[in-house]
Design a protein around this ligand. Structure first.
Ligand code: PXG
Length: 460
């Protein structure tokens, strides 16, 4: 435990100093953070967090889009303790398995769409994405077409931060660091209607963005393409809900050229959009999906890839090893927690609650409270995920200059006023725990309104 031996400074200062000395933070300008000191989070309960200064914070981001069942769920703690006592670890590599891994695979298959009934375990969304990259390439190699190895993804997509995830994603700031990237990955435009469609209607823009896939396929040669990969709704890119016709067009194009369709469900999976998976909400029929975050509500790291019959049967019938996996693939303690998490979701009808009750309430309250706000250009979202574009001029959709960093100004006001809301450029995003109550949604939106007013004052 960190202690203040001289007892003359707060625990905040002690932790911050230790952190600054030894901890390199992810996605952070560590030098700048060290000068300022990181916020120290101490406790969580339901949708709330408490920091080391005793401030109570409404977590509008469910941690990092993951604490879907809320903080402090004793049921999840208890199964972890029980499983650790019984079998804290064993691997699933060399012709062995254990009850938690087998049972979790069955539980996941009970909620995945279509024939996605075969489960490969990993520990993070990035590892799940790397698994997809290797698995779809291996699928085509088994089919005698190893040259079919190009993956197509989208600009501003986020697929994690391993070398594979970074390469597949479309974040230019990430591509610049640690290059070169994994070869044979191509990208097409994102379906960001509000920001990039010009005069096109949503429908026209949906077609145009899907046509970009067909153009790319023809450019690189249909017989060289393994798969198209996309988040049903882009999360880290700012919560971008594609036009209603987009995914059905994408699906048709994949079918036309016999290209595998992979949905990255790391954020959309496990109820976020009001169905078990974003693919259900958006009527996508993927061949393979990745999941993480909400699978265990973030209580322990665990991720999975659910594989449909087409790919799974090829792997199973191919008389050779699939040379891929992780020490902790199907970790028994993480798996036990995920099983209990799914059980709780079912018992408490969480998916239905998000789809039919709290999700629509959240979306409606957001729009009626914030649409008219002078800073708000557009609100989009489904279920319990939303993105809000902040603009300089509502009428002309003029954005603030990027060096003003309007999102960070707003985020700092939220931070100081007991609300966690994430900024992605000039978009504010929300993704609260799925167990949030109506009164807590009201509180969240009222806090957001106050912070938008403060942001407006800051830039006026
Ligand atoms: N795919 C998607 C769609 C994600 O959102 C990953 C893969 C990678 O998961 P891991 O578990 O390897 O982090 C993610 C993760 C943010 C933020 O700031 C978003 C994620 C991770 C970290 C930060 O919005 N998403």
């Amino acid at each position: 435990m960190l202690e203040d031996k001289n007892n003359n400074s707060s625990i905040t200062a002690v932790v911050q100093a230790t952190d600054a000395e030894h901890h390199l933070h992810p996605f952070t300008n560590t030098g700048a953070l060290n000068k300022k000191g990181a916020r120290v989070i101490c406790k969580g309960e339901g949708v709330y967090l408490w920091d080391s200064e005793g401030q109570k914070i409404l977590d509008g981001m469910a941690g990092l889009w993951c604490v879907n069942m809320g903080y402090g769920r004793k049921e999840l703690v208890d199964v972890a303790t029980k499983q650790m006592n019984e079998l804290a670890y064993y691997n699933t590599f060399f012709q062995t398995t254990h009850t938690p891994a087998a049972e979790l695979a069955k539980e996941i298959a009970s909620v995945t769409p279509g024939d996605l009934n075969h489960i490969f375990f990993a520990n993070s969304g990035s590892e799940a994405i790397d698994t997809i990259i290797r698995m779809v390439r291996q699928y085509w190699a088994i089919k005698g077409k190893p040259y079919r190895n190009i993956l197509i993804s989208r600009e501003n997509a986020y697929h994690g931060s391993t070398v594979g995830g970074t390469s597949l994603g479309g974040m230019s700031g990430m591509h610049k660091q640690g290059a070169p990237l994994v070869p044979n990955i191509e990208r097409i435009r994102q379906p960001y209607w509000y920001g990039e469609a010009g005069d096109m209607s949503e429908e026209e823009f949906g077609i145009a963005c899907a046509n970009a896939l067909e153009e790319k396929i023809l450019e690189v040669g249909p017989d060289n393409v393994a798969a198209f990969v996309g988040e049903p709704i882009q999360g880290a890119g700012g919560v971008i809900v594609p036009p209603a016709n987009y995914w059905s067009e994408i699906q048709k194009i994949c079918q036309k050229y016999d290209i595998l369709l992979a949905a990255d469900e790391v954020i959309c999976g496990f109820g976020r959009t009001g169905s078990w998976f974003g693919s259900d909400t958006l009527a996508i029929k993927p061949d393979i999906i990745s999941m993480a975050k909400g699978l265990s509500s973030g209580y322990l790291p665990i991720a999975a890839v659910a594989v449909g019959d087409r790919i799974a049967n090829a792997l199973i019938e191919h008389d050779d090893d699939f040379n891929h996996g992780f020490t902790y693939s199907g970790h028994p303690v993480a798996a036990a927690v995920a099983i209990e998490n799914i059980r709780l979701m079912k018992e408490e009808n969480i998916v239905e609650y998000v789809g039919k009750d709290i999700g629509p309430y959240f979306q409606q309250r957001l729009r009626e409270t914030l649409s008219e706000h002078p800073l708000v250009g557009h609100i989009e979202g489904v279920g319990l995920v939303a993105g809000i574009a902040l603009v300089k001029d509502k009428e002309t959709k003029e954005f603030f200059p990027s060096d003003l960093d309007i999102g960070m100004i707003c985020r700092d006001h939220c931070f100081n006023n007991g609300l966690i809301m994430r900024a992605v450029g000039s978009r504010m995003v929300l993704s609260p725990p799925l167990v949030i109550s109506h009164a807590e949604v009201d509180e969240l939106i009222e806090k957001a309104r106050i912070c938008f007013d403060l942001t407006l004052e800051s830039v006026s």
